[in-house]
Design a protein around this ligand. Structure first.
Ligand SMILES: Nc1ncnc2c1ncn2[C@@H]1O[C@H](COP(=O)(O)OP(=O)(O)O)[C@@H](O)[C@H]1O
Ligand SMILES: [Mg+2]
Length: 386
């Protein structure tokens, strides 16, 4: 079962919101409503988040990300649609029931991981649990574990100002992740950090997540951050989710020119994997191996390959083997069986090919807008800063 599900969520600010939803359902866009002084912040958003996933919502400022997030924890009531958390309809709960769910099961992580200067690192990390009423012994044990996972073992009794800036941020992250809540909502949590600390925090989050397996909805306006963190990514534009997929889906088959235009500055060699670009194994035999030996079976292909990699190997690691041999790189599964091949030509094609929107792209999206340009600039700066 999915942990979190949004069904046709709408949030309209301003006059006569229900009428605005009806107009949006019959095709009106945000600008038409704005002319009447009504803001359609979120329009028909539907998605599911599985337990243990990091679900990223990415979009420019004003695209509706924060509004969407606040509906997910019941802070804002949707104008239309439902939010299901563990199968329970949040929108149908009484205020008291909603508060109970919110305080035990959902944790909102804000931008600043500010620490209390007069509390020890341990007490800071345990703060969220203290607020939840967890007894001292238990919260100290769990905070100690979270600090260890964040690479801060041995610092429990220190004061925050004895730690570097990056370490202080990690205490804040440990505090957020040590809580009971298994749904974490993070709104631009790393956006204010300088690039090196930011990258470190992304790594820490991924590392902590391996053990803690929380369900996380992470909001960012940074495409590279989205691609590093997201198991799945929802790209928002003007209140709507315009694409929902993995980082690879978004790079390889952008839903429209809007999405394509801001992915062009992403370092594809780090995001794309062998599994995403490989060809069928059958395409490799029969063919000539090095020295003219004919390759006839999967075993031949594996034996002749300049490298044998897994499906999740970034294509950055395929360049050296591909440059030293004309034979395709072999991709194998955990059991060592051949599941695909990456010939040199395919590797080069993926890098050189201009992005083509997938079929069915909205004609209205055919020209990149000022928005798309701004987002592209964002992405470029993020790459430059990383
Ligand atoms: N409480 C509110 N009242 C009126 N308009 C709002 C309110 N909150 C957000 N908005 C508007 O909704 C749109 C989406 O805002 P927001 O969800 O904050 O976007 P993001 O987080 O992507 O920057 C913006 O146009 C914003 O001005
Ligand atoms: Mg926001």
């Amino acid at each position: 079962m999915s942990r979190l599900q949004a069904e046709h969520l709408y949030k309209v600010f301003g006059r006569r919101p229900d009428e605005a939803v009806r107009r949006l359902e019959s095709g009106a866009d945000r600008d038409e409503l704005r002319a009447d002084g009504t803001t359609a912040a979120v329009i028909d958003a539907s998605f599911t988040v599985d337990p243990g996933q990091i679900f990223v919502v990415m979009g420019l400022s004003g695209s509706g990300k924060s509004t969407l997030l606040r509906m997910l924890n019941g802070l804002l009531e949707p104008t239309a649609g439902r939010v299901l958390f563990d199968g329970q309809d949040l929108t149908a709960l009484s205020p008291r029931e909603l508060r109970a769910v919110r305080s035990r099961k959902i944790s909102m992580v804000f931008q600043h991981f500010a620490l209390f200067p007069h509390r020890s690192v341990l007490d800071n990390a345990a703060y969220g649990l203290e607020v939840q009423g967890v007894p001292r012994a238990e919260r100290e044990q769990r905070a100690t574990e979270a600090l260890a996972l964040a690479g801060l073992a041995g610092w429990e009794q220190s004061w925050p100002d004895e730690l570097s800036g990056g370490m202080q941020q990690r205490v804040g992250l440990a505090r957020a992740l040590a809580t009971d809540a298994d749904l974490l909502l993070m709104d631009e949590s790393f956006s204010a950090l300088d690039p090196l600390i930011r990258r470190d925090m992304q790594d820490q989050l991924l590392e902590l997540q391996k053990t803690l397996k929380k369900t996380i909805v992470f909001i960012t306006h940074d495409l590279n951050e989205a691609m590093r963190l997201g198991d799945r990514i929802a790209v928002m534009r003007d209140g709507r989710i315009v694409q929902l997929g993995t980082a690879e889906d978004i790079l390889v088959t952008p839903a429209n020119d809007y999405v394509a235009s801001f992915t062009q500055d992403v370092d594809r060699t780090r995001v794309l994997t062998a599994g995403a670009i490989m060809a069928d194994p059958e395409s490799a035999y029969p063919s000539a191996g090095d020295g003219g030996k004919e390759l006839r079976t999967p075993e031949d292909v594996i034996a002749a390959a300049p490298a044998v990699v897994k499906a999740d190997t970034p294509i950055a690691e395929l360049f050296t083997p591909c440059s030293t041999s004309g034979v395709a790189v072999a991709v194998t599964c955990e059991r060592g069986e051949l599941i695909g091949v990456v010939p040199r030509a395919r590797l080069l094609a993926v890098l050189g090919e201009p992005m083509k929107p997938s079929d069915g792209a909205d004609a209205a999206d055919a020209t990149p807008t000022a928005d798309a340009k701004a987002l592209r600039k964002d992405a470029a700066e993020a790459v430059a800063g990383a």
